[in-house]
Structures are given as C-alpha cells and as structure tokens.
Design a protein around this ligand. Sequence first.
Ligand SMILES: [Zn+2]
Length: 70
Amino acid sequence: MKGIVCPVCGKKGSLQVKYIKTTNGNEIPYYYVAHYELLKGKTRVVSWHYIGKNVPESIKKQTENEKEGE
Ligand SMILES: [Zn+2]
C-alpha cells in the first residue's frame, strides 16, 4: 500500500492500480486513490477517486520518496 496525497481531493489515500483488458487484448493500467474512512460503529467505507491511465508527476515523486526512505 502506497500512501499518497490524492490529486483530486487533497486527502491522504492509498494508490491502487487495476489493469483493464481492452478488446485488442492489451492491458491498460487504471490508477485510483482509495480513501478508507471509519464511520461510527464498525463500518468501514472506501471512497475511490479516479486518477487516470497516467500517474501525475507529483504522485510519482511521492512514491519515489517513500522507496528512498526504506
Ligand atoms: Zn481523493
């Protein structure tokens, strides 16, 4: 799980990638940010923000910095 700042809403979330198969047989990555929010009680709600096929440079830098810190 990669913790990044969502480019859509500016909140912290985790970067997720899903590969979607096209009719041509190619696989295209679709990037999302998942926000896990705990509601009252024990219900955990996940809200998704769609980034797109390409990760913005600002997000890439965040994930690179995380690697360097390990
Ligand atoms: Zn968001």
